[in-house]
Design a protein around this ligand. Structure first.
Ligand SMILES: [Ca+2]
Length: 300
């Protein structure tokens, strides 16, 4: 149980949450919800095995395939002036073939899992999207790591590793954002739902005050066609968060144990530098937060 936003969660690195996710005590409306979120712990997570999949089976329609091969993982200082130590130096990492959700999982999809008895009912307060018929196409936020994992298992998949997530977000060339190295203001149109300051007129410049229905920024697609890999809701990954093991050059999956799970992509409360493809965030797996959701992956 916590008493405040950043200090309540044990973290392996000293960076304050405001520097990682863009949250400050005065931003937007979620503070009461977040305090409640921190008070609502769930049992510690287990690592669900990926279910068997028939080789050669078609990629599900709501997923995009990512071919096996190397990509440039970590902060690419050649094009990026915002590198944080946790992002690691750029390095070639090989990832086996997988598929990943074209969009974040929606509240409507999560509700179907709850109705089927495979997922625990999610919190439905304030900025949480569950239990609101008019938010069915918005992300399934306010779910903790175990709930996200359970949903993916129900669909026959699992949460992506950080390496899978990052490759799906940026392709192989080490770009800053899913669409390239320039931010929307210089491109003439917003390509991500982000937060850019403390005033409402800054929040809504991208068209959405809070999270948006998934897939509303098609020009922000990654090289593989994955949407909202930058912003909207940040996304749980399978990995425990720790400093990268630079020697792990093939299908890295993080340490075997830890205290916080890696969360990627930034959200509707994040400044642009925190929705870069190499940026990393982390939360205790028992937290549920209005700015954190997930998408699923599947080994091919
Ligand atoms: Ca996202």
């Amino acid at each position: 149980m916590g008493t405040g936003l950043p200090a309540a969660v044990p973290r392996p690195a000293p960076a304050p949450i405001s520097a990682r996710s863009g949250y400050t005590a005065s931003m937007r409306r979620p503070t009461p919800i977040l305090l409640l979120a921190l008070a609502c712990a769930r049992p510690s997570p287990g690592q669900a095995p990926e279910p068997a999949r028939t080789p050669g089976a078609p990629v599900p329609e709501d997923m995009v395939p990512v071919a096996a091969g190397e990509f440039l993982m970590g902060c690419n200082a050649a094009v990026d002036a915002d590198c944080a130590p946790a992002e690691g130096a750029p390095r070639r990492v090989r990832v086996s073939a997988f598929a990943i959700g074209r969009t974040e999982v929606t509240a409507g999809a999560y509700a179907r899992c709850v109705a089927a008895g495979a997922c625990a009912k999610a919190v439905a307060l304030g900025d949480c999207n569950h239990g609101h018929a008019d938010r069915a196409d918005r992300p399934a936020n306010c779910v903790d790591w175990s709930q996200a994992s359970a949903y993916c298992a129900w669909t026959g998949g699992r949460l992506p590793t950080e390496a899978e997530w990052e490759k799906a977000a940026r392709g192989t060339d080490g770009r800053r954002w899913p669409w390239g190295n320039d931010f929307p203001e210089t491109l003439g149109a917003w390509r991500a739902n982000v937060g850019e300051g403390l005033a409402r007129d800054l929040w809504v410049r991208d068209g959405w005050e809070l999270d948006a229905p998934v897939g509303r920024f098609p020009d922000g697609a990654s090289p593989y066609g994955a949407l909202d890999m930058a912003g909207n809701v940040a996304e749980w990954t399978a990995d425990w968060h720790a400093d990268y093991d630079a020697s792990a050059g093939r299908d890295p999956a993080g340490p075997a144990a830890g205290t916080v799970k890696a969360v990627r992509g930034g959200s509707w409360i994040s400044y642009r530098k925190l929705v870069r493809t190499s940026a990393r965030d982390w939360h205790s797996p028992d937290q549920w937060l209005p700015h954190v959701g997930f998408r699923c992956a599947l080994g091919l």
